[in-house]
Ligand binder design. Structure first.
Ligand code: IPM
Ligand code: MN
Length: 346
């Protein structure tokens, strides 16, 4: 417990640059009696170009033995769409049963939102991470003909829905506002929608202090723009969660600040923490990448591993750094990392 055994998948593009800053801050914030051991994994587009491999069984097995995984970003334009998504990122999320995809949105001081009036934004999306249309349960017949039929079936199990809904209620209960919104589309997707809504209502009876709300996903996108302050915790399925968390990032300071945790709350497998942004090959190597999303992902990692005080220190450092940022000259990736590491150091 006094050692954090961390697998590091830096990946491609700006991935290695932002991960270096995340590790810098992690090293600086840890108390002297907690050691950090890092184990780099060469995975991503570079590896695929060189070997044709995405993730071997042997690597998957080795990864399973670490306390957590820090991932930078994966991919470059030379890899066909879907290869690394299915072969690496989703493979890890499914293999390690990351059923809680945690994506907080906070509008930090001094950051810009495209929304008028700079509303209060402080909510967290609990996106289901192992089911929905992501599972690859589909196929097409008469492919390439005018009569092609393509199916991509959304899988929703009572087990999978209940465990993520329970996690979201527990998170809502632990927050000051204690409000949980279910986002779905149960007026059209009646089968899955019914399962989600019934489960939500049933589990909700065990949480009388939590205020509950239901929104169709289309309406939720409206409110995220017109009244984001109404949200506290949101629980939703894998695909709706993918879409609304990009919108959430866009309204709360941009994708450069959006952190995420792919969490297995049972700790049966390592959880994986990553910025929501991609590998941004256009700015790779230029020092322009903002490492803040990775640093905030490190805070989620610390919290997951039970280092709450350190997680809070990292978040406070980001808040303080952003508050002073408009006065500061434009800084490089490295300089932002140094500034954050200096702020968290004891
Ligand atoms: C994300 C990404 C992934 C997803 C892709 C790259 C498979 O968009 O982490 O949100 O859809 O989950
Ligand atoms: Mn996405």
């Amino acid at each position: 417990d006094r050692t954090i055994d961390l697998a590091v998948i830096s990946g491609d593009g700006i991935g290695p640059e932002v991960v270096a800053q995340g590790l810098k801050v992690l090293t600086a914030v840890l108390p002297p009696d907690v050691a950090l051991e890092t184990h780099p994994y060469d995975l991503g587009a570079k590896r695929w170009h060189a070997t044709g491999e995405t993730l071997t069984d042997e690597e998957l097995e080795r990864l399973a033995g670490h306390d957590a995984i820090l991932l930078g970003a994966i991919g470059d334009p030379g890899v066909p769409s879907g290869v690394l998504e299915r072969g690496l990122l989703l493979k890890l999320r499914f293999a390690f049963d990351h059923f809680v995809n945690l994506r907080p949105s906070t509008l930090f001081p001094n950051t810009e939102s495209p929304l008028a009036g700079r509303p209060e934004i402080d909510f967290v999306v609990v996106r289901e991470g192992t089911e929905g249309p992501y599972v690859g349960n589909g196929g097409s017949i008469r492919k390439g003909t005018p009569h092609e039929v393509a199916n991509e079936v959304s899988v929703n199990t009572a087990f999978g829905v209940e465990r993520v809904v329970r996690d979201a209620f527990a998170r809502a209960q632990a927050r000051p506002r204690k409000k949980l919104t279910l986002v779905h589309k149960n007026n059209v997707l009646v089968h899955a929608g019914h399962l989600w809504k019934d489960t939500f209502d049933r589990v909700g009876r065990e949480y009388p202090e939590v205020t509950t709300d239901y929104l169709h996903v289309d309406a939720a996108t409206i409110f995220m723009v017109t009244d984001p302050a109404r949200f506290d915790v949101i629980v939703t399925d894998n695909l709706f969660g993918d879409i609304i968390t990009d919108l959430a990032a866009a309204v709360s300071g941009g994708i450069g600040l959006a952190a995420s945790g792919n969490i297995n709350p049972t700790r049966q497998f390592p959880s994986m923490f990553e910025p929501v942004h991609g590998s941004a090959p256009d700015i790779a190597g230029s020092g322009k990448a903002d490492p803040t999303a990775t640093v905030l992902s490190v805070a989620l990692l610390l919290r997951h591993l039970g280092h709450e005080a350190e997680a809070a220190r990292v978040e406070a450092a980001v808040t303080a750094d952003l508050a002073e940022r408009d006065a500061a000259p434009v800084r490089t990736t490295d300089e932002i990392g140094d500034a954050l590491a200096a702020r968290v150091a004891r």
